[in-house]
Design a protein around this ligand. Structure first.
Ligand SMILES: Cc1cc2nc3c(=O)[nH]c(=O)nc-3n(C[C@H](O)[C@H](O)[C@H](O)COP(=O)(O)OP(=O)(O)OC[C@H]3O[C@@H](n4cnc5c(N)ncnc54)[C@H](O)[C@@H]3O)c2cc1C
Ligand code: SF4
Length: 325
């Protein structure tokens, strides 16, 4: 690990004023410290933000509010989340391990870096770590890589589970920086890799995430998160699906679907949503809609299995959440 300046600001203003372009904010440290030890990230300054007023879990007529420093375990266990926003709670509980979830924050989770092995190995080239150096994953070990949103520069998956659930529910991200407070849709926050995979999101220099909000869900909306992985705990997704459905009688009136483990960013599926709306909640409907999830898939040599796995993951998630009569 390289030497760095460390400080613990006590107000948002001070944090932003002290930050430089090469500062990193420290929340739970479960990603940042790892990557600093590996020298994948080498900030000149680390600002511990744990004394900033960035906590709170509440629900009012504007919807759900989650402070950026809320721990993943506290959000997952909160009664509000276990009820109406089950998809968020489940996505969190299927992430990492209990010890990590006790430490890790919501803001940090949304800004974690890819788990592509080449990215974490500084003896290898990687366009995301070092722009222009190349992408060994495209012709190398790519079993875990993306099939949606890839480019000739990078095919790394976005690793966060809860980001998938939040994108499905149209979450908004609230950030604070030198220009004051601003809000952006989480879906627009993440960038596709294109030929600049090192630019992963639209956070500007010195800005920090203060909170996440989620619009209210219509009554009778049911939701859930299904994650398929190589082992049953402590593992990132091969495929995952976040599903929220409002069904009246036996007709689907509203559908929100996003998938993970397959995209270079959390992947919303508007065509699948449209194919569900107005249809009966049946296995045939789910199968027909899920077929559209893979139309744009571009698998690599070792991850073609994800195409079929994604379709099946989606059908199973839809049956679990919506039932099939
Ligand atoms: C072994 C292991 C398994 C894991 N498995 C999963 C999994 O299955 N699913 C999953 O989703 N995640 C998984 N994770 C990732 C884990 O959830 C993240 O490490 C964690 O959520 C990061 O949160 P943190 O508060 O510790 O972030 P930190 O490590 O403190 O920060 C991460 C990044 O975010 C920045 N940052 C943090 N907070 C803010 C803020 N408010 N504003 C601006 N920048 C900020 C930091 O500067 C840093 O760049 C796993 C991690 C490990 C180590
Ligand atoms: S897939 Fe992306 S992160 Fe992985 S080696 Fe290629 S450029 Fe780097």
């Amino acid at each position: 690990m390289r030497a760095f300046v460390f400080d613990t600001p006590r107000s948002l203003r001070t944090a932003v004023d002290r930050a430089t372009e090469n500062t990193r904010y420290l929340a739970g440290g479960t990603t940042l410290v790892d990557l600093m030890k590996l020298e994948v990230m080498a900030p000149e300054q680390v600002l511990d933000i744990n004394r900033l007023p960035l906590k709170g879990i509440r629900y009012d007529r504007d919807g759900l509010f989650l402070g950026a420093l809320e721990r993943m375990s506290d959000v997952a266990a909160h009664p509000l989340l276990r009820g109406s926003y089950r998809v968020i709670s489940q996505a969190l509980e299927l992430s990492a391990s209990p010890q990590l979830r006790n430490m890790a924050s919501m803001g940090g989770n949304l800004l974690q870096r890819t788990r592509c092995g080449y990215f974490r190995d500084t003896t290898m080239p990687c366009n995301k770590r070092e722009p222009g150096s190349g992408c060994p994953a495209l012709d190398g070990e790519n079993r875990g890589h993306a099939i949606l949103g890839t480019s000739t520069s990078c095919a790394a998956t976005h690793p966060s589970d809860v980001a998938v659930a939040l994108v499905a529910l149209d979450a908004q991200l609230h950030v604070y920086g030198p220009g004051g407070q601003r809000t952006t849709a989480l879906q627009d926050f993440y960038r596709l890799p294109g030929d600049t995979p090192h630019l992963e999101n639209r956070l500007r220099p010195r800005e920090l995430i203060t909170a996440i909000t989620v619009p209210p869900l219509a009554k009778a909306t049911r939701s859930g998160y299904l994650k398929i992985r190589d082992r049953q705990s402590y593992e990132f997704a091969l495929t995952s699906a976040a599903v929220a459905l409002r069904i009246q009688g036996n007709t689907i009136h509203e559908a929100r679907i996003a998938v993970g483990g397959v995209g270079t960013r959390p992947w919303r599926l508007p065509a699948v949503e449209s194919a569900l709306i107005g249809k009966p909640a049946s296995e045939a409907t789910y199968e027909a809609a899920a077929a559209q999830s893979t139309e744009e898939a571009r698998p690599l040599a070792h991850n073609e299995f994800k195409v079929e796995l994604l379709r099946r993951t989606l059908v199973r998630a839809l049956i679990t959440v919506g039932g099939a009569r």
